[in-house]
Design a protein around this ligand. Structure first.
Ligand code: HEM
Length: 408
């Protein structure tokens, strides 16, 4: 049920695509379609003191920018918020905003914790948590699917990976939401900044504890590894823990919540899932495309260049919009329709190229566990109140989804 205001392409001149409220409260699909067709590399003009930026909307151009980290670096920041503020102080130290040999070395270290084999116990625990959370929600009759079911799943998995003690997890969840998601229209940048600082301090403390040995988690892995011959310092460890929690918690949560709403809104697809007419793996891919929790990624041009004939100058901010690329009619048949059996499904929800999401396997397993859990234990899902959006120009989805779940 989409109650958002539809924005017409004629309004484009009045829009600022960096405005969180625009993404939260309106349906931009007609605007994206118009841009893909008529202005695929669009210039979003300067507003106030924030510089203008390029808006790349076609799938082919989005993947071309992702592929070319020499021409389009992540080291100036990889989301509008930091790019427009003039950069990210973690550049060159945090995986997502590091390029070149350092990125390759750091990614190699972290990858070893993200292989299907290494993740097996974590995925098992995700499946158990999902069943337990759904059982509780069914027993209660009604729930907020966002806060009562989805909230605990990805964060629990990341906390398992990082070895965060149980007693600290609720606080870590609160800080994570406030640092990245801005759950209501009134949250301020200062609230987010304070939450981010608190998370960083918390992980710095865990990093110090891990140096003493006796742990087998990702923090201990980072503390015991060398990247290009040198050990990581506490700051680097803390920043990369932060990046896992901020990159992997809310994104996955939003796709689960969006998936539940999609099943309510598309009873034919819900029935197809229930009857086993569509497999969980293909359904997961379509839910990832449908929900696209990370709306955009950002880069900085390293040299004077061009994208689809538009001149881009060295230093320009270039944003690629996954939300638009995932609806590109040049790549997807009937892109505006949810088809859980869609195959192939070349969505860019996890980006593309060197910075392709490190947690993609884990995220897929989490969403798969939720879809399988709903299929096997829930007979009917019904919306019982208004859903509430997150306010962000980077994250898209719902912070609240009141549902009634009836058991089998
Ligand atoms: C549905 C859930 C998820 C979505 C939509 C998502 C999306 C993305 C995207 C778009 C990027 C690329 C950013 C860029 O190119 O600038 C990325 C990178 C990354 N993601 Fe995810 N992600 C998800 C889940 C996770 C999880 C579960 C984790 C870890 C627990 C994670 C950790 C990371 C990391 C560390 C990177 C940086 C990789 C690199 O730069 O080499 N993500 N993710």
């Amino acid at each position: 049920m989409d109650s958002r205001r539809t924005i017409a392409p004629e309004e484009l001149d009045t829009l600022d695509l960096a405005e969180p409220r625009l993404h939260a409260e309106s349906d931009l699909s007609a605007v994206w379609r118009h841009l893909r067709e008529h202005d695929p590399v669009h210039w979003n003009p300067q507003t106030g003191s924030a510089p203008g930026f390029w808006v790349v909307t076609r799938h082919a151009d989005v993947t071309a920018v992702y592929r070319d980290s020499a021409r389009f670096t992540s080291e100036g920041g990889n989301v509008l918020e930091t790019l427009l503020a003039g950069g990210d102080s973690a550049a060159g130290r945090m995986l997502a905003i590091t390029d070149g040999a350092r990125h390759t070395g750091l990614r190699r270290v972290l990858m070893s914790a993200f292989t299907p084999r290494a993740l097996e116990p974590i995925v098992d625990s995700v499946r158990r948590s999902v069943r337990r959370l759904l059982r509780d929600a069914i027993e209660q009759g009604t729930c907020d699917f966002a806060t009562d079911v989805a909230a605990g799943i990805p964060l629990g998995a990341i906390c398992d990976l990082l070895g965060v003690p149980d007693g600290d997890r609720a606080e870590v969840l609160r800080l994570t939401s406030s640092a990245l998601g801005s759950h209501d229209a009134d949250s301020t940048a200062a609230d987010a900044w304070i939450a981010k600082s608190e998370i960083l301090l918390y992980f710095a403390q865990l990093a110090r504890e891990r140096r003493a040995g006796g742990h087998a988690d990702v923090i201990a892995l980072l503390a015991g590894s060398r990247v290009n011959g040198l050990p990581l310092d506490d700051d680097e460890i803390m920043l990369n823990c932060y990046s896992l929690i901020l990159g992997g918690d809310e994104t996955a949560r939003l796709s689960m919540v969006g998936a539940a709403l999609a099943l309510v809104d598309h009873p034919d697809q819900w029935r197809a899932l229930k009857r086993g007419e569509t497999g969980i793996d293909t359904a997961v891919e379509e839910m990832l495309r449908w929900t696209t929790p990370a709306l955009h990624s950002g880069r900085t041009a390293t040299t004077d260049t061009e994208i689809r004939g538009r001149p881009v100058r060295a230093g320009d901010v270039v944003t690629v919009w996954n939300a638009s690329a995932n609806r590109d009619e040049r790549v997807f048949d009937e892109p505006g329709r949810l088809r859980l059996d869609r195959s192939p499904n070349k969505h860019v929800t996890f980006a593309y190229g060197r910075h392709f999401c490190l947690g993609a396997y884990l995220a897929r397993a989490e969403i798969g566990a939720v879809l399988a859990g709903l299929r096997d234990t829930v007979a009917e899902l019904e919306l019982t109140g208004p859903a509430r959006p997150v306010y962000s120009n980077f994250l898209s989805g719902l912070s609240s989804l009141p549902l009634a779940l009836k058991g089998e």
